[in-house]
Design a protein around this ligand. Sequence first.
Ligand code: GDD
Ligand code: MN
Length: 355
Amino acid sequence: MELTVIVPTYNEAPNIAELVRRAEAACSGVDAEIVFVDDSRDHTPDVIRTTAARSTVPVRLIHRDDPVGGLGGAVIEGVRSSQAVYCLVMDGDLQHPPEMIPVVLDRLRASDAEVVVASRYGGNGGDAGGLANGTRRLVSSGATLLSRTLFPRRLEHCSDPMTGFFGFRRSAVEVEQLRPTGFKILLEILCRHRLRVLEVPFVFGARFAGESKATLTEGLRFLRQLAGLRFGRIASFGMVGGIGAVLNLLIMGALVALGVHYVVAAIVAAEITILTNFLMQERMVFRAERQGAGSLRRRFLHSAGFNNVDAAARLPLLWLLVEFAGVPSLLAQAGTLVGAFLLRYLYHSRVVYAD
Ligand code: GDD
Ligand code: MN
């Protein structure tokens, strides 16, 4: 199959038939399917089943009785279920014109882009009453500006990271990397990978029927998502460091108990934890960055090199601070530990795993 069209739905019964009708027409000649990932509490699933029976395009329904992650979680579920070369995500209320499906698909086929974003802000795109009022418009452009400020590189080629209308090459997205807590799933995809992005303009229409499910809670969820995307990495880097420190003490304690001299024990413990920290970082912190960051050997040499210099330089630095700057020894030690942590994070994110 070439294309899976993923449509998250929450109580969209009156929109289903019209959406399928227009998507069917738009997808003629394409080996495509439509997947509704539905969390509805009304009869939407029945409408989807009846519509599916009549449709010329295969229609699948994933109904979730116990939905995780709302809109974002639903999209992730759809991506996970897809075996197609490309996935395309769109809303179920016809604010995203199905006639754009082949435009996005052609762009994916004809370029080396891994993601094609249907944007309201690029080219002759726009908003034809999609964002119902001035407040929504302001919130949306504020959220766009904030996201692009926090992720200047990842969102460099995406003028509309808030859009829910985009296509991508299935193999370019590691679905297990995505957090269902992310309301804005495109943001999640772009910020957790390093992908080539292209845009096509489109006009965000008004809802066909029913009403928007956007709430203040979703807005707050979005802020939490942004914070997680931006600061989650330094937090997990810190966690890895913490686990390493505990391991270090355990190894050192065991060696000393076996009669090894404490300096030798400290060096052995440091070298072992430099290795285990590296392995944890690779899996838990910089998983997405690994691909673009050279060979495993290069990453290890840089990381271990930095950590050895760091470990060796801290003691003389402590001595200088205490003896020549008159800093109390515990304060000086705390300062060097915090400073070393920040430097280590910067070095790893900017050099070892630079993208
Ligand atoms: N499965 C599932 N679960 N679908 C949901 C949920 C949920 O909890 N909440 C909303 N949806 C579905 C809706 O049924 C609709 O198909 C789509 O997600 C978008 O929801 P709307 O209620 O239409 O929200 P909106 O128009 O205010 O917000 C949309 O606009 C943004 C652009 O401003 C969102 O779709 C964004 O994705 C889009 O980028
Ligand atoms: Mn909508």
